[in-house]
Design a protein around this ligand. Structure first.
Ligand SMILES: [Zn+2]
Length: 415
């Protein structure tokens, strides 16, 4: 086998001719001279239509490719321009890279694949690129993937949610597909105008096909859903209901802690300080010290323990479907209303206001796990994508990770 043929296999560039490979001793990189195969030449870089040649462009160009062994590899080629009837004078298509990219498709896909899976510093060190570059690459990869498969196609049952990031200073509105179990749309902002942009992208015809919408109780979501898909059944989602109950519990905890402090009960106040997580967690997840803490609360602080029991009971009740669940919810509402705990009396009122959506939730069984896990995963991604200056990169990474758009690693045969 000749050297060039081995290199062709090593580089994995399809529809291209490897003309020669040299080691650049100064830069310690491998430079492979390539050219597009005959059928790939003279095409518009945007639409790939065959076009008239225009000029030689800016001469030879380089694209960063995946490493070979321990050395970075660059592909080098002419980058002539063509004249496309639709796109004007543009750099001609090359089979090894996306239009306008300074990296090869194989490199882009490697970055996107890795960025979904691992920490920022790992991606940057392994691939020798800045996080800014990762942002540009994931945006490019996600854009291409969305153009190939419209994420808004075939939506029937959706969930709408808001997610905070940058320590609660910024928000994204996200839409998930309950059937495909994917993230399908996200945009910065949490208001009617933002959500209307989703329905604009969806279009009236596809909006009519939406049968169920799950969301928290936010008015801005309910209003736009009523306006754009009035026929859909509106469902509450258990994730947010539990969050309401947890907030009520936390309010009670703060009240009793303040009371203990004001009355000079140092031991009581100190004991309550670490109680937050013991109260928050599901009983099955409690560590032993947290179990002890909870037992201490039960013995010494009746109102706080009552609030805890209300929260736990609520969490269980809203998982019981159908008429039985509905009756238990009635019982719970009566209990909360009589609890003499203001936050829970108010919570009961709020739940009565949203009763229809909650009944729909109990009846229709939309996947709670999806909203919950999307929520958690996006928050994790947010922390990682924190360094992205623009929100597009953050959303692109979320679509790759949660929208089913993660590319395969180059050169691997997929089943
Ligand atoms: Zn074109």
């Amino acid at each position: 086998m000749s050297g060039v043929r081995v290199w062709r296999a090593v580089l994995g560039v399809e529809n291209a001719v490897v003309e020669g490979v040299v080691l650049d001793e100064d830069e310690q990189v491998i430079v492979a001279s390539v050219r597009a195969g005959r059928r790939q030449r003279g095409r518009c870089g945007v639409c790939r239509r065959r076009c008239r040649g225009y000029d030689g462009g800016h001469g030879r160009r380089r694209w960063r490719h995946v490493d070979a062994g321990v050395l970075p590899v660059w592909l080098e080629a002419d980058a002539p321009r063509v004249s496309c009837p639709e796109h004007g004078v543009v750099v001609a298509h090359v089979p090894w890279a996306r239009h306008g990219a300074g990296h090869t498709t194989a490199f882009d896909d490697t970055v996107a694949w890795l960025a979904v899976a691992t920490a920022r510093s790992t991606v940057c060190q392994l691939l020798r690129i800045a996080w800014r570059t990762v942002g540009a690459i994931v945006t490019r990869v996600a854009d291409e993937a969305k153009a190939a498969r419209d994420p808004l196609q075939g939506l029937r049952r959706i969930g709408i949610d808001e997610i905070s990031y940058k320590r609660g200073h910024r928000y994204l509105t996200v839409v998930v597909d309950h059937d495909a179990k994917r993230l399908v749309w996200a945009a910065p902002g949490r208001d009617k105008a933002t959500l209307r942009r989703f329905f604009d992208a969806l279009g009236a015809d596809r909006a009519r096909l939406i049968t169920h919408v799950s969301a928290d109780g936010a008015d801005w979501i309910a209003d736009v859903v009523a306006e754009r898909c009035p026929g859909a059944v509106r469902c509450a989602d258990p994730f947010h209901l539990v969050a309401w109950a947890t907030d009520a519990l936390d309010e009670v905890r703060r009240q009793v802690w303040n009371d203990a402090r004001r009355s000079g009960d140092q031991r009581g106040a100190k004991g309550l300080k670490g109680a937050r997580y013991a109260l928050w967690k599901n009983p099955g997840d409690l560590t032993q010290p947290q179990q002890v803490k909870l037992a201490w609360i039960a013995a010494t602080n009746k109102p706080l323990h009552r609030a805890y029991e209300l929260k736990e009971a609520f969490r269980k009740v809203i998982r019981i479907k159908g008429a039985h669940g509905s009756h238990l919810l009635d019982d719970w509402l009566a209990w909360a209303s009589r609890s003499r705990l203001t936050p829970f009396v108010e919570l009961a009122r709020k739940i009565r206001r949203h009763r229809t959506a909650i009944e729909n939730m109990l009846e229709h069984d939309l996947s709670n796990a999806l909203i919950e896990s999307t929520n958690t995963k996006i928050r994790l991604l947010m922390r990682m994508a924190f360094g992205f200056k623009n929100t597009d990169a953050l959303i692109a990474l979320a679509m790759l990770a949660l929208g089913g758009y993660r590319p395969d690693l180059p050169g691997r045969l997929t089943a």
